[in-house]
Ligand binder design. Structure first.
Ligand code: BGC
Length: 728
C-alpha cells in the first residue's frame, strides 16, 4: 500500500553512511548521538563542541543565520564534515498557527490536518528547521493533564488517523525538497496515562491496554514513514520509557521494523537518577544504549560515559554503530549531506494567503457547537446592537494556544477584529469584564452587565489562557478559571440572550456554563485565524461541523470518563438523570455508578451539533455471517434533513459482544465526513477487516474471536442505529 515515491527509511544500507561509519572515531559517533539545546549553557563552548565533532544536532537554534553558522562549523571545520540536524517543536503551526491538536482532532478530517501540517512544515523549513518534534500521538482520557491540548483526544483510531496525516503533511513526498521536515512521533509511550492527570507522572498500563489503545497511533505513524520517535518522560510499568527495552527494542524496532531514530525527551536520561532506577549517569548511559535509544536531547550522558562503557566491554561498538546509522540515515534522507545550508526564501510562505486559508478552514472545522437553544445561531440578520464580553475575545496571543513558539499575536485575527469588520451595520461594543481569564476582580461586573443589558445579544468569550494548558500545566479543578463563571452568571441575569464561546486547551466543566448560555461554541485555542473562523460560524457563512474528540465530563470526580469503557459485571442500570450534584441519594442499586451524579459525560465523544440535522437509515451489513478473516461491508444512507447545506461526520462503532477478554462497550472503527445539501442524501460505506476486529488476548497475541459483533452508525458515540454480524 506504500507509495514507492515517498522518501522512506528502510533496512537497506545507505552507501554514504556505510562509507562514513568506519572512518568515524567513537567520540565522533557519540557526538552524533548528542543533541544540544541552543541557548542552554555557554555559547562559545557549544561552538567548540561542534568543531570537535561532539554534537550531531541542535534543538531551538533560533534564526536561519544562527543555524547556518552552526552548520558551517560542522561541515567546514570538523574532520568529516557531517552536517548537523536542527530540531524544533513545530506542533500546531509555525508563523501561521493552526488550532491546538485537540482542536484539529475535532475536525475528524485527516486530509485537512495533513494540509495544515504541510503548511507548517514549509514555513518551518524555510526558517531553517529540519525536524519537528510532532506529531504528539499520546492517547489520553484525562483532561486534568495539561498536555491533553497537544493530543488528538481519547481515541486510538482517531489519533492514529490524524497522527499519520500529520506525518504525511510534515514529511511530504520528498523530504529533501526544502518544503518539508522530518517528523517525530512522541511520546513513546503511555505518557497520556499519567496517574491523576499530573504531568510526568507514573504510568501503569497492562500490555493488552497498551497494545490496543496507546500503541496503535505510533504504529500508524511508523507505517506512514515517520523519521523519528521520541521516548517519553514517564516510567511505564516501572521502567522509564527512555530505557525501556520492551518499548524501544522489542516493539518499535523489532516488531514494527522501525528504521528511523529514537531521540529521548529533554534531559530524560539525567532524570533516571530522580526516577531512582540508576545511581550514576554512567549507568543511565548503559541502560539507554541497551534499550535502543539513539540520541539524547539536551544532556550529555551518552557522550560522557559510553566511551568508558565500550572500554569496559559493557557496550559494543556495533550497538553504537546501529544508533549512528539511524541518525545519519535521517540526515541523508533530509538531503543534508548534499545541501547542508538553507537559503532564505525569495518569497516567504510565512502567513501567506493559502496558509491563512488553511488555518481558517481548520479552525472552522475544529469548533464544536454544543448547544443552540431555539436556533439562536446563526445570528439573525439585522441585529443592531451586540455586546462582546470576555478577555479572550480580543486577545491575539492567547488564542494561539500552547505550542505557538513562533506565532505572532499581531498576526492574529481576534473575535472582536472579525466581528467589527464583518458586521458593519451593527453596533458592536466590547468590554472585557475581567482583565484576564484568571483574574478574581469583579469590580467591572456591573458596568459590563449594563452594556450587555442594553444589547440585543451578548457574545461572551471565556476559557483558559494559553499557558493554562500544555506541558506541566495540569489542573485539579476544571471550572472556568478566575471570576469568569461569576461574570457569566451576572450577564445571564440581565436577560439578554448569550452566545458563549469557550477557548480552552482542555475540556472544561460546562454544566454551569450551559445554564447561562443559549448557544455554546467550543473553540479550543483556534490559532491565528480563530476570530475569523468563529465569525464564519456565528454569521452562518459556514455551518459548524466539529465533533468532540474527547468526552466532556460533568465533574472532576468522573475522570477518567470515556466512551470506550468496559461494561463491568454490574453496568449502571440507567443514567440517573437529574441527580443534584453533591447530594447523595439513598442507595438504590448495587451497580457501577455514583450516588451523587450521573455516570455519563455531559457531552459524549463524537458529539457536535450543526445548523442543519442529519438522519440515518438503511443500515446494511454484508455478509451478516462470515468465516473469521473475512471483510465485512457496512453501508448506511445519511441524509441532510434540515434546510441548509452542512457537513456530517458519520461514525462507525463496534462491540465484540462475547470474547475471552472483556471488550469496550463501543469502539470507533471508522469515520467519514460528508457534505450534503439540504434534502440531499448519500450512501456511506465502511469495511471492517480482521485488524479492526482484533484485540490483544490473554496470551498477549492479537486475535479475532468468533461470535457476534454489534455495530452502530450515527452522529456520535451514543448512536442508536444498530445492526450485527457474526464471525464463525
Ligand atoms: C517536551 C517535548 C518537546 C521537548 C523539546 C519536552 O519538554 O516534553 O514534547 O518536544 O521538550 O522542546
Amino acid at each position: 500500500m506504500h507509495d514507492a515515491s515517498i522518501t522512506r527509511l528502510g533496512p537497506e544500507p545507505i552507501a554514504l553512511v556505510e562509507e562514513l561509519l568506519p572512518r568515524m572515531t567513537l567520540r565522533e559517533k557519540l557526538g552524533q548521538m548528542t543533541q544540544h539545546a541552543y541557548g542552554v549553557g555557554d555559547l562559545e563552548q557549544a561552538h567548540r563542541s561542534v568543531e570537535q565533532g561532539d554534537v550531531g544536532s541542535f534543538l531551538n537554534a533560533g534564526t536561519l543565520e544562527i543555524r547556518n553558522q552552526l552548520q558551517r562549523l560542522a561541515v567546514e571545520h570538523t574532520r568529516l564534515g557531517i552536517p548537523l540536524i536542527f530540531g524544533r517543536d513545530v506542533v500546531h503551526g509555525f508563523k501561521t498557527v493552526f488550532p491546538i491538536p485537540l482542536g484539529q482532532a475535532a475536525s475528524f478530517d485527516p486530509a485537512l490536518v495533513e494540509r495544515a501540517a504541510a503548511a507548517a512544515a514549509h514555513e518551518a523549513a524555510e526558517a531553517g528547521v529540519d525536524w519537528t518534534f510532532a506529531p504528539m500521538v499520546d492517547v489520553t482520557r484525562d483532561p486534568r493533564w495539561g498536555r491533553v491540548a497537544e493530543t488528538c483526544g481519547e481515541d486510538p483510531v482517531l489519533t492514529a488517523a490524524l497522527g499519520a496525516a500529520m506525518v504525511r503533511g510534515f514529511q511530504g513526498q520528498h523530504l529533501a525538497d526544502g518544503k518539508h521536515v522530518a517528523a517525530c512521533a512522541k511520546h513513546f509511550a503511555g505518557y497520556g496515562a499519567s496517574e491523576s492527570g499530573k504531568d510526568y507522572n507514573t504510568t501503569w498500563i497492562p500490555e493488552p491496554l497498551l497494545r490496543d489503545v496507546h500503541l496503535p497511533p505510533f504504529k500508524a505513524c511508523v507505517d506512514a514513514g515517520v523519521m523519528s520517535v521520541m521516548s517519553a518522560f514517564n516510567d511505564l510499568n516501572g521502567v522509564p520509557a527512555s530505557v525501556n527495552a520492551f518499548l524501544l527494542q522489542r516493539v518499535l524496532k523489532q516488531e514494527w521494523g522501525f528504521s528511523g531514530l529514537v531521540v529521548s525527551d529533554w534531559a530524560a536520561l539525567m532524570e533516571l537518577l530522580e526516577h531512582g532506577v540508576t545511581e550514576h549517569p554512567k549507568q543511565s548511559a548503559l541502560e539507554a544504549v541497551r534499550a535502543g535509544l539513539d540520541m539524547e536531547m539536551a544532556t550529555t550522558t551518552l557522550r560522557d560515559h559510553v566511551g568508558a562503557l565500550v572500554d569496559e566491554g559493557l557496550v559494543s561498538v556495533a550497538s553504537i554503530d546501529a544508533a549512528v546509522r539511524r541518525i545519519l540515515g535521517v540526515k541523508y534522507h533530509l538531503g543534508l549531506f548534499d545541501e547542508p545550508y538553507r537559503k532564505p526564501p525569495t518569497v516567504s510562505v510565512a502567513l501567506s494567503a493559502p496558509h491563512r486559508a488553511v488555518a481558517r478552514e481548520l479552525a472552522r472545522a475544529s469548533v464544536v457547537l454544543l448547544k443552540n437553544h431555539d436556533g439562536l445561531l446563526p445570528l439573525r440578520r439585522g441585529l443592531r446592537k451586540l455586546a462582546v464580553v470576555g478577555p479572550l475575545a480580543a486577545d491575539g496571543a492567547n488564542q494561539l494556544g500552547c505550542w505557538a513558539f513562533d506565532g505572532e499575536a499581531e498576526a492574529s485575527i481576534t473575535l472582536m477584529d472579525a466581528l467589527a469588520s464583518r458586521l458593519p451595520e451593527a453596533e458592536v461594543s466590547y468590554v472585557p469584564g475581567v482583565s484576564d481569564t484568571r483574574s478574581l476582580d469583579t469590580s467591572a461586573f456591573e458596568s459590563t452587565a449594563r452594556v450587555v443589558a442594553s444589547a440585543e445579544l451578548g457574545i461572551v468569550c471565556v476559557g483558559e489562557d494559553a499557558l493554562l494548558s500544555g506541558e506541566a500545566k495540569c489542573r485539579a479543578f476544571l471550572d472556568l478559571p478566575g471570576a469568569q463563571q461569576a461574570l457569566l452568571e451576572r450577564l445571564g441575569a440581565t436577560g439578554t440572550p448569550l452566545v458563549v464561546i469557550v477557548m480552552a486547551g482542555r475540556p472544561l466543566l460546562l454544566e454551569p456554563v450551559c445554564q447561562h448560555a443559549q448557544a455554546l461554541l467550543y473553540a479550543w485555542h483556534p490559532g491565528t485565524l480563530g476570530g475569523e473562523a468563529i465569525t464564519d460560524l456565528l454569521t452562518g457563512a459556514a455551518c459548524p461541523s466539529g465533533k468532540l474528540p474527547i468526552s466532556m465530563p460533568r465533574a472532576v470526580g468522573q475522570i477518567p470518563v470515556y466512551y470506550a469503557r468496559r461494561n463491568t459485571g454490574r453496568p449502571p442500570k440507567a443514567d440517573r438523570t437529574g441527580v443534584p450534584k453533591g447530594t447523595p441519594l439513598d442507595p438504590v442499586d448495587f451497580d457501577s455508578s455514583y450516588l451523587d451524579l450521573e455516570v455519563s459525560p455531559l457531552f459524549p465523544f463524537g458529539f457536535g451539533l450543526s445548523y442543519t440535522n442529519f438522519g440515518y437509515a438503511e443500515l446494511r451489513v454484508t455478509p451478516p455471517r462470515a468465516p473469521i478473516g473475512s471483510r465485512i461491508s457496512i453501508s448506511v444512507v445519511v441524509g441532510n434533513r434540515g434546510a441548509r447545506r452542512g457537513t456530517e461526520t458519520v461514525q462507525l462503532y463496534v462491540r465484540d459482544l462475547v470474547a475471552s477478554m472483556t471488550r469496550p462497550i463501543r469502539e470507533l472503527k471508522g469515520f467519514r465526513r460528508v457534505e450534503l445539501d439540504a434534502g440531499e442524501q448519500q450512501t456511506v460505506s465502511f469495511e471492517l477487516g480482521p485488524s479492526d476486529l482484533a484485540f490483544t488476548g490473554r496470551d498477549l497475541e492479537p486475535r479475532v474471536e468468533p461470535g457476534r459483533f454489534q455495530i452502530w452508525v450515527g452522529s456520535d458515540s451514543n448512536a442508536a442505529l444498530s445492526a450485527s454480524f457474526e464471525l464463525v
